[in-house]
Design a protein around this ligand. Structure first.
Ligand SMILES: NC(=O)c1ccc[n+]([C@@H]2O[C@H](COP(=O)([O-])OP(=O)(O)OC[C@H]3O[C@@H](n4cnc5c(N)ncnc54)[C@H](O)[C@@H]3O)[C@@H](O)[C@H]2O)c1
Length: 354
């Protein structure tokens, strides 16, 4: 990552009140970027957005990604050079309950964003954040490569597969590499795995659920102990998005395609391993139990092949899984002690940058 690149860049971040959006906004503000965020209110209470007082560091606009006119007018006022799109309904289990909301937000939200980019013009670099779940899952152990088919079993995963397809259609139709000299806009998608880190209070996510129970002295309930996911610290994919956005800005359509950002092979662990590790680190008699209920479908294996990002972007994960978990536990303990959470986040960002 070229940290100095971001100084004074005008960056429009959607979903800035969320978990990843708050970390990204803080990091960009630290690097000297002029950040405008567009999102609904923080999705949880407490939220990282509030506890790290992100609002003081950026221009924060409350708006719905489903409202095209409002989104376009806001972007028109801001005139950003770079857009990072993260606003979404990001939870698998919630998508079973609210499929229409999930598709409206994740698919039409992407259409609205790209249409606004097309109408406004002069935006050089756009990164649409989707997920590792966008691929057609074959329940195999090998990592998916960027050229494999889109799919998605549940509404969330499928809506992100659709968001990928929408992006590809906009790129082919309006932002093609053949006409790049005319439009000068490069659009890519980023597919990252399950992220962990301090400040995530989302429902039905393993680490937040785990820390919540254990810090309250209760055993953790786990649903799918043998499910395997590409876990990584939140700063890992964010560094991938920033590297990619910079390449799109400087080198244009050559990088305008899909990119995977995931952990190294030895960090692909199952749920039970993660929970055992956290229990061992908290050392307070922590325990867990496996729920026997029948659960909604969730894929058993999910893994990403990140050869392309390593080879062409020179991006690679820095923190192994244990380190990522240690940083998350360190953050949760500091929060319990009422520490200054913006300072804790900034300290971890500085450690990551080194
Ligand atoms: N957290 C993960 O493990 C993970 C993994 C892969 C991909 N992702 C993707 O990363 C992005 C961010 O995820 P997160 O974990 O930070 O989610 P989050 O729920 O913490 O944040 C979601 C953000 O989107 C905003 N939002 C939701 N609906 C909106 C709407 N209608 N209009 C405007 N804003 C709206 C929320 O206000 C919030 O700012 C999402 O696109 C998600 O799909 C997350």
């Amino acid at each position: 990552m070229n940290l100095s690149f971001w100084k004074n860049k005008k960056v429009f971040v959607t979903g800035h009140t969320g978990f990843k959006g708050s970390w990204l906004s803080l990091w960009l503000a630290k690097l000297g970027a002029e950040v405008t965020g567009y999102a609904l209110k923080p999705p949880t209470n407490p939220s990282l957005f509030d506890v790290a007082a992100i609002k003081e560091l950026i221009i924060s606009m409350e708006g719905d990604i489903r409202n095209y006119e409002n989104l376009k007018n806001t972007m028109q006022q801001v005139q950003p050079e770079i857009v990072i799109h993260m606003a979404a309904q990001p939870l698998v289990r919630k998508s079973y309950k609210y499929p229409i909301l999930t598709y409206e937000t994740n698919v039409m939200g992407t259409v609205n964003l790209l249409e606004a980019v097309r109408t406004i013009g002069n935006i050089k670099s756009v990164v649409n954040v989707t997920t590792d779940k966008c691929y057609e899952n074959r329940e195999w152990i090998w990592g998916y490569r960027e050229n494999e088919p889109m799919g998605g079993y549940d509404p969330y995963s499928n809506s992100k597969g659709c968001s990928e397809l929408v992006t590809a259609a906009y790129r082919n139709s309006f932002f093609s590499s053949k006409t790049y000299e005319k439009h000068k806009t490069a659009i890519a998608t980023a597919r990252a795995g399950n992220v962990i880190g301090g400040g995530d209070w989302a429902e039905d996510r393993l680490i937040p659920d785990c820390l919540k129970s254990l810090l309250n002295g209760e055993p953790v309930n786990i649903r799918s102990p043998y499910a395997i996911r590409p876990w990584q610290h939140v700063l890992e994919p964010l560094s991938g998005y920033l590297t990619l956005a910079e390449k799109l800005y400087n080198e244009g359509s050559e990088y305008a395609e899909g990119w995977n950002f995931g952990p190294d092979g030895k960090d692909i662990r199952n749920v039970e391993w993660i929970v055992k590790y956290i229990c061992s680190q908290l050392k307070n008699g922590s325990s867990y139990r496996i729920e026997n209920k029948i659960h909604l479908h969730e894929n058993k294996y999910l893994n990403l092949d990140c050869t392309k990002a390593k080879f062409k972007l020179h991006w690679q994960p820095k923190w192994h899984l244990q380190e990522a978990l240690d940083k998350t536990i360190e953050w949760a303990k500091a929060y319990e002690k009422n520490a200054d959470m913006r300072e804790v986040c900034l300290k971890q960002i500085c450690e990551y940058e080194k």
